[in-house]
Design a protein around this ligand. Sequence first.
Ligand code: PLP
Length: 439
Amino acid sequence: MTQVFHRHCHSDLPFATRGEGAYIYDQSGKAYLDASGGAAVSCLGHNHAGVRAALHAQIDQLAYAHSSFFTTEVAENLASRLTDKAPGSLNHVYFVSGGSEAVESALKLARQYFVETGEPQRTRFIARRQSYHGNTLGALAVGGNAWRRAPFSPLLMPAEHIAPCYPYRDQQPDESLHDYGQRVANELEQRLLTVGPETVIAFIAEPVVGATAGALAPVEGYYKRIREICDRYGILLILDEVMCGMGRTGTLFAHEQDGIEADLVTIAKGLGAGYQPIGAMLASDRIYDAISEGSGFFQHGHTYMAHATAMAGSLAVMDAFEKDGVLARVAPMGEALDQRLRNRFGDHPHVGDIRGRGLFQALELVHNRDSKKPFDSRSKLDKRIKAEAMQLGLMCYPMAGTIDGQRGHHILLAPPFIINEEQLDELTDKLYQAVDKIT
Ligand code: PLP
């Protein structure tokens, strides 16, 4: 019996003993192709020499200094590397230890902004039904997955949820993609008018939805309309790029491709590439200046903020992205993956949709392709596919998402950016075997 309190008490997990490139090896020496980067984390693969060297060098000098006593050169450098690349005026970076902490920080900073600027009656957030923003209580409250929220619902702040941009499910036959995008974006305006726009703090959304919908990218024009609505009613726009950010979709920030600017952006996962736990919230000048000229103090903080070793690791990740050209691989390798998925699964009777951006791709599984009927929520399809794939030596990320109350299934793929063509073939072959056997 294991003394580690695993999330699934009865799971029988292999021991991971080493990693190399796109593979993790277990205690028997069996190799697993990491086609999901764990949970879209390991964007550089495993045992990256540059990151390893940077971590060693930092630990030799200084592992940690509490952020209320010191700043460090690595934290300052990492912040400027990120803000140099970020769209708009996201010029201020608040470093934390992971995605949920980044989201909590954004929710609290958004609220504090309105308290300090004389609108304390703003107390609500609006989010989307297919969304995941983390498991801490604030992040869970805005997340759209009713199943995750259920046991904790009496403890959660109330939040409003509107439809996501999900053309495979919701586009009408007589509607263009553009019109569909405008229609679902307009749900934000309708909800604002219902609840009273003066009571709302912010709208929060994942630019490309990860865990709850499977690499669901917005249609053209959707986010421009969302931004217009936010501006019209004076609410903030928080973009959660914890999963889809840090190059995963082909650009450092996913929302660069939507031509908009956010007030607050959260990142994590790929920021540390799995080498250290790290997350960050980027704040725009407007938000930062209001706090700086107001109380001068963000009423929030964590012990491991701007942890020096984590900062050094992430700087090496940025070096690999830029100097080694790893980020530039994402778009072409994403196309190569998309092509392979379409070739193999295009006619599969239980694959309803193939979608994604860059190296962030997914298959939506359906019981019936014509009616788009999902598999029964009790089928445990996600767990069975994951187990079969692991048997075959493949890590992928099957999830039971939510389709408006029902639970649908998809498989998320988020391989390391260093993956090569041969490994993409291995990925597609093994995935096909697992999906075909279990569906
Ligand atoms: N936000 C998004 C979009 C995520 O995908 C996740 C994790 O999957 C989180 C927040 C929470 O991040 P963490 O698990 O690091 O707390």
